[in-house]
Ligand binder design. Structure first.
Ligand code: GLA
Length: 757
């Protein structure tokens, strides 16, 4: 049993393989948080919480003459507002009589086999025996609200999930102004915050800083989880590195406006409240109604950030992504966007496909521009019929011709948007989010559809299900190219307008759910101007997401390794594009571009006709290497061998197969220096007692004008080293010279007599 209740001490313990999460029903009925950390069995950690009288921290009525008991200082599971805890609340609401807040007390709990589901929302799932659920119901007498706190316990995966469902059992409506998915009080210790910040074309760069007293917030108010502040956060003890130290990771499964508040209070206790952003949000809960807050997954490790990442990666792959593609080798694709933008016709697309097929590319993706009057980003969004001038025969002859080359056929769509210049907008102007009497703000010349309206979602389902049924489409790139403004739904009454942003997300999830359920074999790739909606909510439906519109390999090193803090390589769309790079103007060797793109779901975004003969040879070699190593890259463990904050001369990362039989080392020089000692790294995730053969060393983009020994991988290839030597003594590459050279080195376990093990 992963969930235990001790009636004598009123303690609830959730055990995973290596961690324990403990709560207690306090003397006043408030649900207290006792502990989250390394596994502790058979002890109630209530002795750690010392009651003490702190001035200006009020006492619950039942304990009004016992000044040592205060909600303001006790660690809690789901604090309400305006009832004695001045820290950030998990639940904030307004009663019909105007009273603010709740005083939530324990009512009952239930332990169930299996993992709870959340209707209409993405949620982690479990196979038989993989998870248990704890449901704890708290009640507020004044409003009649009941709060069902849901805990999913994934014992083997060492992960927990939380969600909350608010039921109105009262007699009048209550306005919910804040509904946290999770509150985590950490009463002791010093912590640093790691979060993934950025901007368009620079998503998810990792930043780490000590927590200050007071409030720190990671949030999006953009209607999408955003390029700017990913919903994932981690707390790390200051000494934590990739391989050691305590870390807590929180992974919200939500793609809209999110907010995580991290408050350090008067006693240095840390409170984390994560959920829908209360800005731009409220929800009218009428008697009998329920509201579900999105789920958040979370975990603890004392083995460093690398272990935290791999735990999250495994969980996302196994328990969050539901597409059957999650376990399959993704086709190496060529995307038309950077090669042709809007300037193509069927012949040009076929030439691209033929050239790519000859190089071993497995799927052609026709990006933006194939529909409506779409010759630029000024018009056409919403009109999802083929552009007659570019594709006079429609899509089917094209997909047939691509299939005849032995390739799959993929298509770009942007369902949630409409151009002002489009037939859809002319017919349904009220379907766009606009405020009556005010001209809306434009973003990339387009408006946002009101996805909270059932008829909009039904219409889009009709359009795209027909496309998927009739046109021979194997893959969809689902884009979303602006953030939301003028959020006003013409389908909602005035007092419900602050529901529109969340209803939008529910509509998006509904459409994704329906399409991916009806077409499970179609591979969906999420996108929002690159990685503007790269989150665990979207990954529930789309097993991969275009990581960034920045395809510059050096920028991608920071973006992809930042992303890797929470998300696995199998989720990161990554392509080799041309140089000088279209976003940065930088020139990076073709081989280095391959190393970086291969660390995600691999593809190309260029015109093969423009490649040199040498580059064409490299494409073939890259695809061959990717095929030999994709399973280790996409389903192995990731080891970041250089610390994220270390902006040294090179960055190194390694994929290791879970059975420790194979490892792929990747090194990219980000700053070439004279007289360099060479990149030295210590591998991880190998068996120290096993022997490993250096299978292949590929130096990429190196010029070595004055080296005495020319760079020749073959010199070391075949040499057998021990796991211990590779992990403890390490592996040194010779100085790599030139602009942004790189190297990829593969290791395979062998029997001691030299046979491959
Ligand atoms: C977004 C995507 C790009 C491309 C364009 C097409 O920016 O991120 O990859 O699909 O839209 O308009």
């Amino acid at each position: 049993m992963a969930i235990l209740y001790d009636a004598a001490s009123k303690t609830l313990s959730l055990h995973t393989r290596n961690t324990t999460y403990q709560m207690q029903i306090g003397a006043t009925g408030h649900l207290l948080h006792l502990y989250f950390g390394r596994r502790v069995d058979a002890v109630h950690m209530d002795y750690c919480i010392i009651p003490s009288d702190r001035g200006f921290s009020p006492n619950p009525y039942e304990a009004r003459y016992t000044r040592e008991i205060s909600l303001d200082t006790l660690p809690q599971e789901y604090p309400g507002a305006n009832s004695g805890d001045f820290r950030v609340p998990a639940l904030d609401c307004l009663s019909a009589n105007g009273a603010v807040g709740t005083d939530l007390r324990y009512l009952r709990h239930e332990i169930r086999a299996g993992k709870y589901a959340l209707p209409g929302l993405p949620a982690a799932f479990a196979g038989a025996g993989e998870a248990e659920t704890l449901s704890i119901t708290l009640g507020d007498a004044a409003t009649g609200l009941e709060v069902e706190l849901l805990y999913g316990v994934f014992e083997a995966a060492d992960m927990l999930t939380r969600a909350a469902i608010i039921h109105n059992n009262g007699t009048s409506a209550v306005t919910l102004n804040r509904v946290g998915s999770l509150c985590l009080d950490i009463p002791f210790g010093r912590w640093e915050l790691l979060h993934l910040h950025g901007r368009h074309s620079m998503e998810r760069n990792a930043e780490r800083a000590p927590l200050m007293r007071g409030m720190q917030t990671v949030e999006s108010r953009r209607g999408a989880s955003s390029h700017h502040h990913n919903p994932f956060v981690a707390l790390l003890e200051p000494a934590a590195t990739e391989t050691r130290g305590e870390c807590v990771g929180i992974l919200p499964l939500y793609s809209g406006n999110h907010r995580t508040d991290i408050e350090v209070d008067q006693t240095d206790s840390v409170r984390v409240v994560s959920g829908i952003n209360p800005d731009m949000f409220s929800w009218q809960l009428t008697p009998g109604d329920s509201f579900a807050a999105p789920e958040a997954a979370f975990c603890f490790t004392d083995e460093g950030l690398g272990d935290l990442s791999n735990r999250l990666h495994r969980f996302i792959r196994r328990h969050i992504i539901r597409s059957p593609w999650k376990d399959r080798c993704r086709p190496v694709l060529i995307n038309s966007w950077e090669a042709m933008l809007f300037d193509f016709d069927a012949d040009r697309v076929m030439r691209l496909a033929e050239q790519a097929a000859a190089l071993g590319v497995e799927m052609l993706v026709l990006d933006d521009g194939w529909f409506g009057a779409r010759n630029s980003d000024l018009e056409g969004l919403g009109d999802w019929t083929p552009n007659a001038a570019k594709l006079p025969g429609g899509l089917k002859p094209l997909s047939d011709a691509v299939h005849a080359l032995g390739m799959k056929f993929g298509l770009w769509i942007e369902p949630e948007m409409v151009n002002e210049i489009s037939a859809l907008y002319a017919e349904h102007p009220d379907w766009a989010l606009t405020v009556p009497g005010r001209n809306p703000a434009f973003g990339r010349n387009q408006l946002v559809l009101d996805m909270g309206r059932a008829e909009v979602v039904d219409y889009l389902y009709g359009v795209f299900s027909a496309l998927l049924r009739d046109e021979g489409i194997d893959y969809i790139k689902w884009d979303m190219n602006r953030n939301m403004t003028d959020v006003y739904s013409r389908a909602l009454p005035p007092d419900r307008q602050r529901e529109a942003s969340h209803r939008y997300m529910l509509g998006v999830y509904d459409l994704l759910d329906r399409l991916t359920t009806a077409f499970p074999e179609v591979l969906f790739e999420g996108c929002a101007g690159g990685g503007g909606r790269f989150d665990a909510g979207m990954l529930h439906y789309t097993p991969q997401i275009w990581c960034s519109d920045d395809t510059d390999a050096i920028e991608r090193v920071a973006i992809q390794l930042g992303t890797s803090v929470a998300y696995p390589a199998s989720t990161m769309g990554a392509h080799v594009s041309v140089c000088p790079n279209q976003q940065t103007g930088r020139t990076v060797p073709f081989g280095t571009r391959g190393i970086v793109a291969m660390s995600g779901t691999f593809g190309y975004e260029l015109d093969p006709a423009q490649l040199t003969e040498d580059e064409r040879r490299q494409v073939r070699a890259q695809i061959d290497r990717f095929h030999r190593w994709y399973d280790v890259i996409q389903y192995g463990d990731l080891n970041r061998l250089t610390e994220l904050a270390d902006r040294g001369d090179f960055t190194a990362w390694e994929f290791a197969s879970p059975d420790k039989s194979r490892a792929l080392l990747n090194v990219v020089t980000t700053h070439t220096r004279a007289n360099h000692p060479g990149a030295h790294v210590r591998l991880r995730g190998l068996d120290p007692g096993a022997m490993y053969k250096i299978d292949e060393i590929c130096y990429e983009g190196c010029v070595n004008p004055s080296m005495d020994v020319p760079l020749d991988g073959a010199a070391l290839e075949g040499r057998v080293l021990s796991g211990a030597s590779l992990m403890y003594a390490g592996f040194t590459l010779p100085p790599l010279m030139g602009d942004y050279p790189g190297a990829q080195v593969s290791f395979i376990r062998v029997d001691t007599d030299g046979g491959v093990g």
